[in-house]
Design a protein around this ligand. Sequence first.
Ligand SMILES: *[C@@H]1O[C@H](CO)[C@@H](O)[C@H](O)[C@H]1NC(C)=O
Ligand SMILES: *[C@@H]1O[C@H](CO)[C@@H](O)[C@H](O)[C@H]1NC(C)=O
Ligand SMILES: [Zn+2]
Length: 494
Amino acid sequence: MKCVFVCVVVLAMLGVRVQAFSFNDLTDYVDKHQEEYVEALRDWVSIESDSSDITKRAELQRMMGVVEEKLRGMKGNVSMMDIGTETLEDGRVVALPSVVTAVFGDDENKHTVCVYGHVDVQPARREDGWTTDPYNLTEINGNLYGRGASDNKAPVLAWIHAVEAYTALNMELPVNVKFLIEGMEETGSNGLDVLVESQRDAFFFDVDYIVISDCGWQSTRPALTYGTRGNCYFYAQVEGPKQDLHSGVDGGAVIEPMSDLIGILNSLISASGQILIPGVADAVADFTEEEKKIYEKVDFDMETYRSSIGVERLMYDNKVDLLAHMWRFPTISIHGIEGAFCGFGTKTVIPAKVTAKFSIRQVPNMNPAVVEKQVTDHLHGVFQQRKSPNKLKVKMIIGVKPWLTDTKNALYEAGKRAVKKVFSVEPELIREGGTIPIARTFQDMTGKDIIMLPIGGFDDGLHSQNEKISRYNYMEGTKLFISFLHEVSHIKNN
Ligand SMILES: *[C@@H]1O[C@H](CO)[C@@H](O)[C@H](O)[C@H]1NC(C)=O
Ligand SMILES: *[C@@H]1O[C@H](CO)[C@@H](O)[C@H](O)[C@H]1NC(C)=O
Ligand SMILES: [Zn+2]
């Protein structure tokens, strides 16, 4: 008590007054600093922090440094955590980008919220079909286009700005805030699980809640996300002749690796989307009537969605089935074939070695270790029937479990109140078809309550061309985080 009194007196003498909480002052502050926030995003987007491209590793490391500097400038207790090295396919060993942590406040009488985010991005090249330079933030009709704008740079900045607004106005932070910002999310959060495990009794010891803002809404209505799918990513490689051949000369003489590869890929999924790998569907949790009722309430217009992605027909003709297949059933996607000819023109090469890349999204109660065996056995079985002299290798590169939580806990109630305060509507409760590996890692390793509080728009185009975030989502999202911190402080200890 005495200390508080002395501090207030000292601050008063310095001419600094601790302001009482005022949501209006905080939101005014955000509105007044809108241009600065956009410029900060421009700086961040200009850094090509593509974690999948090893030649960009220095840029990624520079990005982590920029985050560190920003948080240090706000007087946080900042650390750069070394998370070790990664061994590349060619045997080279390279350092993983450091994880940045920052601590704001250590008042034992307050709750402690840990904000997780990432500042690495998916690859982007103008030639992929971007209408603007992906690393030059460009505003068109209130939308800010750039790689990483929505995933996840603007949300991370919005969290930083939320804390900064309290500090700038000399308002006490209603909770202690800890940041954990990584740079390998887009390639499976390499190294982070080891860090989380080792920090369980250090960085995480006083953390009560973990918040992740790394996905989007489902419609124009704000949402709280309560589940994400996991992912198993595979390489299937067929190797044949010692070197590439020419089809005009050698075509009739060999069984082509590409032909084998297409043959086995075609055994993964039916034309109607049914997974053909024996056993995989058996583990999927039953689709209950209660769950169907939740999906029925989701504001999701199939027609808008269909036309936004530019297809003639969707796989399912009703909302509930479509959402279920996006959120709670597994899917198989084929992403590419390494070693195959993919340039312009009509080259008649026969590739000697080709590697297919495909992934299977994971849902409760699938287990990546079991899926790995099912897929490997299945592909080898199909390959054997082809009686090919070529060689097949199957390898699972990433195996991430799904995450699902209960929306009736105090943390989600705080999230609902925060949304209502800023947007004057109830949030939608949604699941996410994509994978955010860290959610499950946090759950398994720390046992803390986790909430996903997204601010991205439904049409932000994460991972695809012309990714953007709207000014509206960025600014109102910042206000949402400000409000959320306040609402969390009202959670009663039980
Ligand atoms: C900053 O964090 C470190 C490590 O977590 C801790 O040892 C130190 O006491 C903290 N410093 C302040 C000023 O809080
Ligand atoms: C970004 O785009 C703007 C508008 O086209 C242009 O004026 C500017 O030079 C570009 N900046 C960079 C770094 O390329
Ligand atoms: Zn992300």
